[in-house]
Design a protein around this ligand. Sequence first.
Ligand code: URA
Length: 494
Amino acid sequence: MNDPSATHAVLQGRSLQVASFAEWREAARELLRAGVPPEAVTWGSPGDDLFSGAPAPGTPPHNAAIQLQEPKPAPHLPRSLLEMLQTAACYREPERWAFLYRVLWRWQQGEHDVQSPADPDGARLHAMVKAVRREEHDMHAYIRFRERPIETGAPRFVAWFEPRHDVLPQVAEHFVSRMGKVSWMIATPDASVLWDGHTLHNCGPLMSSAADLDDSGEALWLTYYRSIFNPARLNTSVMQSHIPSRFWKNLPEGALVPSLVSQAGLGARRIGQVQAVGRRSGATIPIAPEDAQPERQQPSKLDECRRCELWQHATQAVGGAGPKRAKIMIVGEQPGDQEDLAGAPFVGPAGKLLDRVFEQAGLDRQTVYLTNAVKHFKWEPRGKRRLHKTPVQREIEACHYWLEKELAACKPKVIVAMGATALKSVMQSGKVTLGDKLGRPVRHGDSWVVTIYHPSYVLRVPDEASKQEAFSVMVKGLRLAQELLERPDVPESP
Ligand code: URA
């Protein structure tokens, strides 16, 4: 026995209250060293009344003599068992500490099959670990942070969750690594954690239900949820088994689901299928008209478009903006990060630069129709940012369907193509290059087409002189577009 006085203290109090795995581990090592068998100890958590209720089977009366076993050094546990014990310690049930001590004791006695799922204690240990891991997964998946108005000292994002097990600390670590320096709080009925951008603070219970949350910021999430909901792939029983109903009440999209499901039943499923497998680009095989299938139905709303895959990772489709019969239509490439969130074209940095070009060219932004060749944001992750990725010809062609509709409705006299993607879409050619057309007006159908740089190119040019030069090409292009409004229509140029 290493430290008789410590052991004495343990034996005196055979009722132990522990609040964490670390405390349990400390106490358990001391008990093992003293040779105290599991049935001689009553374990509890702070707040438990250890002397009420029936004792666990096999527990001797509280003042009965304890049959100590030969003291042994604390065992060296394999890492896998230690990790299992640590995970199982998060499983909420009053008996957990006693059970973990029994496992530990048996291991020390040489019963190593206590770690096996074939052993009754081992099976229970495995089940506890599985349940805790599942709860961690569910909390990662179904927690919803809601953005709050900026106030000094208050966290920017707040989430409410009702976990079944004590998984808040590890889930908080997960979000610390995911959410960077932005401040957030996760509240649960028993405890809350606050991340101030630098340090994680453990707080007591601060909220009593999801109703204490402010709902601002939720509209954005709902827009996103509606856009990813695919009625053609609806399978309600799978949906219910994937998202257990206990989470629905705290999920903002929970309120949307019943109506989306019933719309699916009322025909959206069939339309969704048609859209999903509808026109796909690829080789064209000529067939006799009498053998042809009727043409598939095309999407009637931009947000329902599935003509290429870009919709899958975008928040929403971004259509054009401006007067429906504007004389000048300006076409960009595709919405950027901010446009994707706002649902409007040219509201981010490229839009700000474009505003300066408008000003220099004496053109009022409100009088032109602004749109993009591709309507969904194509991006790739880079750390925590979504980086723009240039659309490929197949995606430009798929989305030309929408530009065509905008052109037919607007009938602009002049189309300004900003950058190569816009030019390819407007001219319906994957071969045309910016160098071919820059600054030279060409006739295309009933419109003039003026080609200028894309504002993002101007933002990217490294040296100041070239930046100025590219900026002035844009300004000249918009001045030319206004002059062309006055020019009589002439036949298409070569
Ligand atoms: N770039 C574009 O081409 N379009 C936008 O709407 C924003 C950035």
